[in-house]
Design a protein around this ligand. Sequence first.
Ligand code: ADP
Ligand code: ZN
Ligand code: ZN
Length: 723
Amino acid sequence: MIAEVVVNSAAKELNRVFDYGVPNNLDVVVGMRVLVPFGYRKQNEIGYIVKLKESSPYKCKDIIKADEIVFDEEKLEIAKWMSKKYFCNLSDAIKLLVPPGTTNDVDAVKAKTEKWVSIIQGADLALIKNEKQKRAVDFLLDNIEAPIYEIMEYVDVSVNVLKTLEKNKIIEFKENRIYRDPFKSKNIKKTLPYELNDEQKRALESIDIEKSKEYLLYGVTGSGKTEIYLQLIDKVIKNGKTAIVLVPEISLTPQITDRFLSRFGNIVAILHSRLSKGERYDEWQKIKSGKSKIVIGARSAIFAPIKNLGVIIIDEEHDSSYKSETIPKYDVRDVAKKMSELYNVPLVLGSATPDVRTYYKALNGDIELLELKNRISTQGMPEISVVDMRNELATGNKTAFSRKLYYDMVETIKKGEQIMLFLNRRGYSTFIMCRDCGHVVKCKECDVSMTYHMTENKLICHYCGKTMTSPTICPECGSTRIRYFGSGTQKIEQELKKYLPNASVIRMDVDTTKGKNAHEIILNKFKNENINILLGTQMIAKGHDFENVTLVGVLAADSSLNIGDYKANERTYQLLTQVAGRAGRGSKKGKAIIQTYLPDEFSIKAVKEQNYKNFYDTEINMREKLNYPPFCDIIVAVFSGTEEEKVKLASEDFYKKVKEYFEVYQPAPAPISKINGEYRWRVLIKEKLSDDKNKILSDYLESFLKTKSDIKISIDVNPNNMS
Ligand code: ADP
Ligand code: ZN
Ligand code: ZN
């Protein structure tokens, strides 16, 4: 028999399969991980079987070793579909399907064969042939069972001794892993389901758990969506099936996961990037073995090896983290839709501020719309006010806080209630500029301004990571009048100390949350010690449910409006609504104050009115007029290389080819025209993609890659950022 194998380390142009012979003693199936000799150096490489067949036209080498089944046929189909849809290698797509941290690690395969050993009941010990075998068996008689490596070490025998014993039916090998448990230290109380209100009941009953269908659960924050997920999952589990729940990486906080853990206990597996490699691997294995029936995780958890899938839920479906920015540049909502079809299960998208594209589909009937109009809490929605910061400046207030926000903060602290202050930035200042000549320090390699980090007193390029000490003299004109621009959380923290000296403040941003449980520690401290103010970036915007927070302040509402992107309005609306929704989630009435220099923007007005539909109507009209998604797809092809002329020529060649079929813009330097010393040119296509049109692009890619030029090309469909 011959196996078609996808090899992991294959270079870009090797988007193909290789034939290998299957030795008679190997029992293989599609989806199995194998070790194969590969390349002219005949190094052993990890690969995955994607097809079995009778014969091959080539003279093939044999598979060395077969390990475990890593994916099923459906997942393979998804990987193939992804490679077409997102213009990536099959091997890149397959990497998402394998246990984290094992893709390029040949040793990982070995580690997996470190099974446990025990003596077979009723084995004939008379068959023991030599001293070494006896030592091993004696050890096992004493210890009942032990991992292979332990026996080898303690009684000094080779693995072959054990293998002979196994062959002679004296001992047996078995999987007997002890799982590392990331929740071991937690003490979680069990919760019971709530009696659903009528809206919730109607929504839950509308979801058919027996068939493939997409739903949008649209409900304001605090309207009880999560409770619906919990009860939906309960139904699915009682039906003998399992569930995948995706949440944005940033909101994968203990608060969300605890709600699932406290309802379902240890059948919940959690996958996120802050788990150690070992923990993640173990969670993966727990899912695979069937011990875990519910997987909660960020984007890539969709590929968890769960069996018997019964439902997929994507919470906060509008979140930008659902679109991958690295190869494969997939949108997990598309992948989930495909899975819903393949496994014949429902897909539930939930949001208080749906993606404009999703809501458009719901209005067109492609997705069933389920709506929750009311908050559970009798307090209703928070009261939102907008403050025009131009007036503050004009009347002499140069602080970061408007008078209204300041007085409300004072009042809130007096009442013993808590405040969240939201700033959509990180670091102390975003960039530094010379006051005399206007010079801004940029990264020479990347053509972007360097970001100042106060803690290290350094300038850092956020693209290539290059650092330099912050200059005290302008490199252009020699002036010493250097100004730090923008206000980051650290600067606000200092202003708070100055103007509210008695208030306790805790800061949550990228800089304070580097440690493994840093999020949890900060949030617990805020809650348990009744800290007055939680000051933070995007990461405080979502998913936090604090009883005692009654005031939310947004300090720089506009920063997301100035990002030069057709999604700027949508992002602003979503972000501000999420943040405002953090106020008054308990029994006390909440208040949100939004500070802006652009109070007349329709997205900010819609936030104030708490009216998604008004926002949507204006936005969708604009998108239609300008032909933006959902009316087309935006495909960005970026060419890069060290010689600018060649990069330019490649992009022009591409432009000429696709112009015949697509609406396409002239090649131009990318907004970030140089990263890490490589020049970048961009070609932007606006076209509704279809299978046929995808094919035109992938054919071009294939022929491009065959030329083996020193130019790289990357294609991104509907990217998050236009840079
Ligand atoms: P969302 O996910 O829409 O933000 P949640 O599911 O978190 O809303 O619900 C908001 C709050 O109301 C939570 O504290 C939740 O436990 C509670 N809750 C949800 N449904 C009910 C219900 N039917 N009865 C009482 N409380 C509920
Ligand atoms: Zn200068
Ligand atoms: Zn750089």
